[in-house]
Design a protein around this ligand. Structure first.
Ligand SMILES: [Zn+2]
Length: 139
């Protein structure tokens, strides 16, 4: 699957990053099943706990635009190779299947692909049909 279009959108969005505290720019581009791309950027806040990661910004943008099915996301930084944090993995698990593809890329690192289920096995869910099989009991 070609990633050029996602990478171009991710690189273009870097100019919108708001990261005055860390200086670590991150963008994420979420691709919906109908082929639309939804870029997001990290948005830092002086109250650090309110900082919004690029992955969640992209997902909020997509969902707010009416998109419902997603196939993959590319996470990019010109300042290093970013990995989605735990909060973003859980956030994505609400809307994406376990085989949803998460690509990570840096300025000098070509995209590497992971599955969401690999990054966050046994995600928290309230949906019974998505509850993972029980782990073996410990005796
Ligand atoms: Zn995050």
């Amino acid at each position: 699957m070609n990633t050029d279009r996602l990478l171009a959108a991710a690189r273009d969005a870097v100019r919108h990053c708001r990261c005055p505290y860390s200086g670590f720019r991150v963008t994420a581009v979420l691709e919906s099943e109908d082929g639309r791309l939804f870029p997001g950027v990290n948005i830092e806040n002086a109250s650090f706990g309110l900082t919004l990661c690029a992955e969640r910004a992209a997902a909020a943008r997509a969902i707010s635009s009416g998109a419902t099915g997603f196939v993959r996301m590319l996470v990019y930084s010109p300042d290093g190779t970013p990995m989605p944090c735990g909060a973003c993995r859980q956030f994505l698990a609400e809307f994406c299947r376990e085989d949803f593809q998460v690509l990570v890329a840096g300025r000098d690192d070509p995209p590497r692909a992971y599955r969401l289920g690999e990054l966050l096995p046994h995600a928290f869910t309230l949906a019974p049909e998505r509850t993972p099989p029980r782990a073996p009991e410990i005796h």
